[in-house]
Design a protein around this ligand. Structure first.
Ligand SMILES: [Zn+2]
Length: 188
């Protein structure tokens, strides 16, 4: 196991080094999948921050493990209207569906409900002199954002989530439907 991890880290470092050359665009790089990343495995993930630091990009590590906040209005997902599923970028746990996403204008991707109650964990957060409810991934306990009670119906909730810890996949059939509709709309 230890050997496997070392091997994985070596190949990852090589990948990162290669990526550093000729990298000029600020476009989000594909998420480097960690060894625990799985969209089907529901087993709880328990990895120390020391190990997460080696597995995650600095941006993801800062938000997911140090409970940081990405700069507002910087996530490509904030205004995204694509149909599909948002997964935890750290472990692959399905978190939100695009049909629960809405434009809150707050600067971060916002949802009115998670995929199910177990997909997330909520906890009281009294840091920074505020009383807030923190939202974490139900599988790997990574910090995702906060939930507020100023959201739209039917829940009245606003899950304000850092885009950097989200991993999006378009729904294949829904994508087809959406594109056809879009085409019809522009034609009409
Ligand atoms: Zn997770």
């Amino acid at each position: 196991m230890k050997q496997r991890i070392t091997l994985l880290l070596c190949s990852m470092s090589a990948f990162v080094l290669m990526n550093c050359y000729g990298q000029s665009s600020s476009k989000k790089q594909p998420v480097q999948k960690s060894e625990v990343y799985s969209r089907t495995d529901t087993t709880k993930v328990n990895v120390s921050n020391q190990d997460w630091k080696k597995l995650l990009s600095p941006e993801v590590y800062d938000v997911a493990r140090l409970k940081g906040t990405e700069r507002p209005f910087t996530s490509e997902y904030e205004h995204s209207k694509e149909i599909g599923t948002f997964y935890c970028a750290v472990c692959g746990n399905p978190l939100f569906r695009s049909n629960a996403k809405y434009e809150s204008g707050c600067g971060w991707p916002s949802f009115f409900e998670p995929i199910n109650k177990k997909s997330i964990i909520e906890a009281q957060d009294n840091t920074l002199g505020m009383r807030r409810i923190e939202v974490m991934c139900g599988r790997c306990k990574s910090h995702l954002g906060h939930v507020f009670d100023d959201g739209p119906p039917p829940t009245g909730l606003r899950y304000c989530i850092n885009g950097v810890v989200l991993d999006f996949e378009k729904a294949k059939t829904a994508e087809k439907k959406f594109n056809t509709k879009k085409k019809t709309n522009t034609e009409g």
